[in-house]
Design a protein. Structure first.
Lengths: 337, 337
């Protein structure tokens, strides 16, 4: 028996989640919702470029889709901020369906949005289902992975996580999102307005601290442009000398003035490598490197991979640090339904 | 409030677990049991070389220790084979205490010992507590870690795990366990009798397959000696030319003749590095390396780190693949008690 999924949001990530649900064993797409009038009314197969229609038409109204579709779970892939997806989450929970969402600040909302977290947790418990925020980052590379690595330590003093990505290999919206081709002053103005930079560094820091039982005094999160020293044409956006190639972002979680958790991200056109590094200072000291965690594929994959765990989880607001190990699964032996 | 631990088995690993329980915040040693007459009656602090006695005397009788000690959990660190620890597990479950154990074949007994697994699961459910087998290997480096890494994959075709360890840095019993200093014929005779080689490779393979939903036809596990090409003196056992420095062990899990999971271990005196590598073939391809996962410290650490999860887990036989993420924790905020 497959996990039947309603897809809410068919942007770049939502489309990838939909494609995997259609292609992977153990999953079945049963509904789709998007607010874009250009997508409503179209078959999802046609929409994502498949040769055969899937018999599922994109609907414009979430509540009516929920009321008329038999499903096991909702994949919510719309916006980055929890507060902006609360109305949709409330509608889904009213329909008593569990949710896995790529909303970045839902990955670990407990620290930054304690009231909203409590409200969401209460709604999910009332509905008898789990709500899980996940994705490759936040949700995996800079939080779940370092948390798991500490399992072999008898003492952890500090954790450093680096994520380097060559943005030239990512989709156009990602290259736009990191400010490629912007003049530095435009870049900085957008950062100041909160519309440029990776969303979720603070959530990853808070998730690690929560898992390890570290009380943090404050969390910092600073975005700077990586500037081109010459013209760069390896991405989909041409970048002139002095313009931004992308972001360099640094975050830290402090206790008593000491940075216990440090995060460093580089995502720009032409970055030398795509590599995730975790350094744990403690006993023993550990250094982990992973090559190949590809942003868009991985975020969609982890969304599906978390579904069996979300279905089996106790009702409430859950995070990747609460769930049993999320892993790829063949679909041959449905874990939870 | 600390987690109160009764220690059963004070061999090399049990002693290390005890030491961490005494030294780490969030844990408290409340009892100790060993069958060695040379240990019974001694204070555990004196036994492990601490300056101050701990007021806990090693007892020789498990049932009487369980009956007279208020505790939250038992750390069982005696033998490698599940069948040999069943009487102790039954006594502990009769006392309605959860168990975390370093018994290697308990890490994932479902495949090799289905009947014993069912019986243990039933006993644990009756007792209303969880039983967890863990350790660095099996339990972490060659199973939990690769399982977690697949979370970012949309497809997994095969998994290769290598664990290389310089045995010269390990304790004497470990150097003996891997056959250092043995003549090849003695080495092979011991392997044939099943008393030499790493225990748990098959369990790691079965755990990965179970998590991913792969039905395996068969699992192989072959131990060969790594022979010295000249005299080697870097360990605690001098090794002459042609004698064994340690083990090279290869395992595989097959489906339809294809090795979906391959494991390679090298543990010998003078091995070039201590490194754990995971290669996942699929989409995307991933390569992970971790340096620093130290066998003895890590096995003891993970035993403690699994305790909060074991206390909060649903009753029954649990594995590292069933529990929410096991991580180091500061003890500042008891997770489960």
């Amino acid at each position: 028996m497959s996990i039947r999924v309603i897809h809410v949001g068919l942007g770049p990530i939502g489309e990838r989640v939909l494609r995997q649900v259609i292609e992977r064993a153990g999953f079945e797409a049963v509904g789709a919702v998007d607010i874009d009038p250009g997508k409503v009314g179209r078959d999802v197969g046609e929409l994502i470029g498949l040769e055969t229609p899937q018999g599922i038409v994109v609907q414009g109204d979430l509540e009516s889709a929920l009321a008329t579709t038999s499903a096991d779970i909702v994949a919510l892939c719309t916006r980055s901020a929890l507060e902006s997806v609360m109305p949709d989450l409330e509608a889904i929970l009213t329909a008593r369906l569990p949710v896995v969402s790529t909303t970045e600040t839902l990955a670990y909302p407990h620290r930054a949005q304690p009231e909203l977290s409590r409200r969401l947790d209460a709604l999910a418990r009332e509905a008898g289902v789990a709500v899980v925020g996940t994705g490759v980052n936040p949700g995996f590379a800079m939080d779940t992975l370092p948390i798991v690595l500490t399992a072999s330590c008898r003492r952890v003093d500090s954790i450093e996580v680096d994520r380097i990505q060559d943005a030239a290999k990512r989709r156009l919206p990602f290259q736009q999102k990191i400010g490629a081709g912007l003049d530095p002053e435009v870049f900085r103005e957008r950062v100041a307005r909160g519309v440029l930079g990776h969303v979720g560094l603070g959530e990853s820091i808070a998730m690690i601290a929560g898992a390890l039982g570290w009380e943090l005094d404050r969390i910092t999160d600073v975005v700077e442009p990586k500037l081109a020293e010459g013209p760069v044409t390896c991405g989909m956006i041409p970048v002139a000398t002095g313009q931004a190639l992308g972001i360099i972002q640094d975050g830290a979680g402090y206790r008593n003035g000491e940075p216990l958790i440090r995060m460093h991200m580089e995502a720009y056109l032409g970055a030398p490598d795509t590599i995730d590094t975790v350094r744990i200072q403690g006993s023993p000291n550990l250094t982990s490197t992973v090559r190949g965690i590809e942003g868009d594929v991985a975020t969609a994959a982890i969304t599906l991979n978390a579904m069996p765990r979300a279905l089996a989880a106790p009702p409430g607001l859950r995070t990747m640090a609460d769930l049993p190990l999320v892993s790829w699964w063949s679909g041959a032996e449905p874990v939870a339904c």
